[in-house]
Design a binder for this molecule. Sequence first.
Ligand SMILES: *Cc1c(COP(=O)(O)O)cnc(C)c1O
Length: 407
Amino acid sequence: MKPLGPIPAPYAAQQGELIIAGQRAADLAEAHGTPLFVYDSQAVRARVAALRAALPARVALHYAVKANPFGPLVALMGGLVDGFDIASGGELALLQAQGIDPVRAGFAGPGKRDAELSAAIAAGVTLHCESAREVERALALAQGLDRRPRLAIRVNPDFDLRGSGMKMGGGARPFGVDAERAAPLARQIAQSGAEWRGFHIFAGSQALDAAAVHATQAATLDLAVRLAGEAGVSLPALNLGGGFGIPYFPGDAPLDLAMVGAGLADLLADCPPVLRETRLAVELGRYLVGEAGVYLTRIVERKESRGEVFLVVDGGMHHQLAASGNFGTVVRRNYPLALAGQMGAPVAGAASVVGCLCTPLDRLADRAGLPDGQEGDLVAVFCAGAYGASASPSAFLGHGPAAEILI
Ligand SMILES: *Cc1c(COP(=O)(O)O)cnc(C)c1O
């Protein structure tokens, strides 16, 4: 029997029934059909409040839209966070459709096309330029539009976030301008007549170790100060990255947010003059919304094969790819998952929860200890609020997308 990941704190059970934001999961599934993603706005608000309480007041909170671009959730975020990080023209259009002022957004990501750059410049978005060539293209496009572009440099740091699930900095990367090339480019931007918006330094993702996050923040501040000094430019803004992780797997413990906040306060207590007026921001995706989402899927059939039990559900990896272990994990481990109508019930035996796709990749839980699951029972997959619906191949095998609701 293989262990399951830890069920996140916001979820309660009443008489064995999973409750999401005060509503029975069974009722939600009945009303909206399965498969269904449920996003819990109370959990998101609570997470934002915890961040505000822990982080120094001068540090702005940004939402990385790629974690979950569901419109109503993005609209909710509009009232909760200070800024947005977008990574495509589509995400820019999404903000606009939700009535969020794009001036609050930074646009990072490699391979920005001319049309995307132009739309972002026209909307007043800060471009986090990923190369010298991108700066050149942005300046030329801005001239054509007769606009003053707002330009920052995404730096590929010479360090990475220790213990990070997904490394985005350190060696040779498609992301950002190598740190050793960033200062001359910063000077060039400042002299070009563009509005200079500082640096964006994102060193990795999914860290659960507060000491590692702290070390990265210290290195990030050092690097930004050094680059600004070398370039002889001010630092109007600095995006410190994020990387705050959430527990997905057996044995994972939550990030010690208080320690991260206290550590950052220490770093800022006696910061060099160049940082005194800087608008600092952290950009978070999964930490804000990951644990606030639950994926509900129903057992279509219970079947046995050569002594093993398979609970075949009406959803699968086409909606929740990450739970199948095929989204950036090296070793497949079980996500937190439960039978929504038998919370806390004793384990009846080992069962694998498999999706309805005709591929052996489609496994949501592997030989997990579960209560007795039967046809019609509801399965809840937790930690489904980030990199779920939008990061899964919903067209694969023709089952179509899942429904999504925010409650
Ligand atoms: C993906 C991404 C994020 C969000 O990462 P999480 O692990 O979801 O917090 C933030 N910044 C950048 C630049 C990213 O690419």
